[in-house]
Design a protein around this ligand. Structure first.
Ligand code: NDP
Length: 387
């Protein structure tokens, strides 16, 4: 049976992994919409290869490039945020929400409100607007399939079990490239070092988030929204090999874990085929070659991001949206060479301390908070107190 699919963020790392799976299962999928922000030529190539009906660039200034690159193909082209949301609302069997950052929130929300099945990779949308997205999803009877490898692992470990029997969720973290450094060495790490993740190949923002451990903090908040078992029952453990993708402990102390290669095509395939399974061309896991799986407690003194995220979700209201916006600004500034690595979390804490807002109840509220928090975080970038 052929199913229809739209991919929001098709030119990114998750987009590429999804399209790779589709490329080898062409008969199973019909591509409706593919989106990017500014990679117009790459998007047009993908749209042509997969016979998409429409291609959309978020940044309107790239629309003419997209039109030129699609000339003669019969594929519709569109640009701007409104067009992204309209494309996301087109009826399809499956939407892959893989835009990076809060920029993905409005299109993801449009897909959620339309209903159907969403493979949700865009964790920032859930962090900034978790309650709003979840209630929209309940209203529209949308199926949200967690695509992040940890949450997908938990989802798989929960299958066939009642969540009320869960005692604990254990999120695994690789610890990133700087896991073994001390505070002094951490101050002078470079952009290039931060962009070299030991186990995963991902987009720049999530790779830096992994290095600060902010990614794990965001995932803590994501897990809280997807699997409501109480914040005190969600734990983080460092597992440098990234083979155990997360675990669920039940009341009887039985612990279920999901293992697999460190390749996002595994969790994405599990979403694409859900509730069935599909073939992938990945090498099987060779545990004898890996030899050892190790675990250790996270070091929150050196990597405070998980503590900051826990405090933000405990505070609730606008705090997670402020945290997410500040982190996006700080990561961008680090990647632009404006601030050093250790200032990323300092900027986030500073913004959370300086700016507060009433709890958001609509998408528009979240976007307004996001905008204000960005302004405040940009001010924090200038602050000489944050060294
Ligand atoms: P990438 O940076 O590789 O790709 C991001 C995609 O979003 C690109 O298609 C990009 O388009 C598009 N995009 C960026 N900014 C905007 C914008 N303002 N408006 C519209 N589209 C935009 O990111 P990843 O694929 O790494 O990550 C995507 C999401 O998935 C993130 O939320 C991340 O946390 C999550 N995730 C990623 C994992 C991974 O392995 N990569 C693992 C688990 C979760 P363009 O190319 O034009 O810039």
């Amino acid at each position: 049976m052929t199913r229809s699919i739209s991919i929001l963020g098709a030119t990114g790392s998750i987009g590429a992994s999804t399209l790779d799976l589709i490329r080898h299962n062409r008969e199973s999928w019909r591509v409706e919409a593919l989106t990017a922000n500014c990679s117009a030529v790459e998007l047009a190539q993908l749209a042509r290869e997969f016979g998409a009906k429409i291609a959309i660039v978020g940044d309107q200034t790239y629309l003419s490039d997209l039109r030129d690159a699609l000339a003669g193909s019969g594929i519709e082209a569109a640009g701007g945020n409104k067009a992204l949301c309209e494309a996301a609302a087109r009826p399809v069997d499956m939407t892959v929400a893989a835009i990076v950052g809060c920029a993905g929130l409005a299109p993801t929300m449009a897909a959620v409100e339309r209903g159907g099945t969403i493979a949700l990779a865009n964790k920032e949308a859930l962090v900034s607007a978790g309650d709003i997205l979840k209630s929209a999803s309940e209203c529209a009877d949308t199926v949200l399939l967690p695509t992040d490898s940890e949450h997908n692992a938990i989802f798989q470990c929960l299958a066939g079990n009642d969540i009320t029997n869960v005692r604990r969720i254990v999120l695994t973290a690789s610890g990133g490239p700087f896991r073994t450094l001390d505070a002094e060495a951490l101050k002078s790490v470079t952009r290039e070092q931060a962009l070299k993740h030991p186990n995963w190949e991902m987009g720049a923002k999530i790779t830096v988030d992994s290095a600060t451990m902010m990614n794990k903090g965001l995932e803590f908040i994501e897990a809280h929204h997807l699997f409501p078992i109480g914040l005190e029952n969600i734990e983080i453990i460092v597992h440098p090999q990234s083979i155990v993708h997360s675990m669920v402990e039940y009341r009887d102390r039985s612990v279920l874990a999901q293992l697999g290669p460190s390749d996002m095509r595994v969790p994405i395939a599990s979403c694409l085929a859900y509730p069935d399974r599909m073939e992938t061309r990945l090498k099987p896991l060779d545990l004898a070659a890996i030899g050892q799986l190790t675990f250790q407690a996270p070091n929150e003194e050196l990597f405070p991001a998980t503590r900051i995220c826990r405090e933000a979700i405990e505070a609730g209201g606008a705090a997670p949206a402020i945290l997410n916006a500040a982190n996006e600004i700080a990561v961008e500034a680090f990647l632009d060479g404006q601030i050093r690595f250790t200032r990323i979390t300092a900027v986030v804490e500073h913004t959370l301390a300086r700016y507060s807002a009433a709890a958001p109840s609509t998408l528009e509220d979240v976007l307004a908070i996001d905008g204000e928090a960005r302004i405040c975080a940009r001010d924090a970038l200038e602050s000489s107190a944050l060294v």
